[in-house]
Design a protein around this ligand. Sequence first.
Ligand SMILES: [Fe+2]
Length: 296
Amino acid sequence: MKVGTMQIREIISTKWGSIDNFLQEEPQCAPDINEIVSRELNLYRAKLLREKFNQRLKKAGLNQLKNRQQPYSSKTIIRDGYMSIKNAFEPETHRRIQFEILEYLMTKNKDDLKWEYRDQNSTCDEVKGTHFWNLNPVVNNIIREKVRSIIESEIQLNKMEALGVSACMHIHHENDRDSLYHMDNFGAPTVKWFYFPFGCQDGDEGFTYCRNSNIINSYNEEYIRCISPYSQKKGLQKRIDPSDVSEIGKDVITFNQENSLVIADTSGFHARARAKSGTLRVTIQGGLDSRVLAIG
Ligand SMILES: [Fe+2]
């Protein structure tokens, strides 16, 4: 039997309503399996490493109890995603750090400091840690020793794990990418610490963290899928403007007090608080090599 145009029209219009609808129909693409797998893989990685990290924190908590150490704070990191220690260093140590930094800053002006930026054209804007630290082995040793001993008790550091100091000074500028909320390490736990020798000036709120955002929920799951490093799609590194932070739906906590130390799992949503452009923030900060956390 010869199939004529009329018959085809009839078949199509029975199935699709009318031929006009059929012609306007978008071609149906098969789901991109690789993309789905890439996203789910990242979520799986994040969940697995979070579980391992929590086990590690619990172990640290048990050790603290056993050694009758106070305060028992590892559970705070599990619950809130951070812990903060006021008056972290003894007055003498605190003053020594302040003195060394002030002496260093006295010899500099803003332009000198700009030469020490990691990359003047990028959004990186911290004065190189190494530059300052090489000049200040005294402060370098104090910080490494003190911060290490605190983190050792809270996170259960292994001897092999390195405690890095990444930066110490930051000049605020517009379009600071790190002032948008984000997760580090593609959503898997990572430990960062921030010490404020002078506190923050000019209404600068310092480091900000969305409480509990280290805990997996459906919003976080979707976010972690979207930041998958296995994905072939570019531009998935979504960052959230502080004015839209209600999207995350958590309390925003700020840390900016003089002589305070905050230790945070930055797989929770966090950001550098925005502050007046051109102002200087002195923050000694660093972290653990997050790959090591996976061994846990
Ligand atoms: Fe970050």
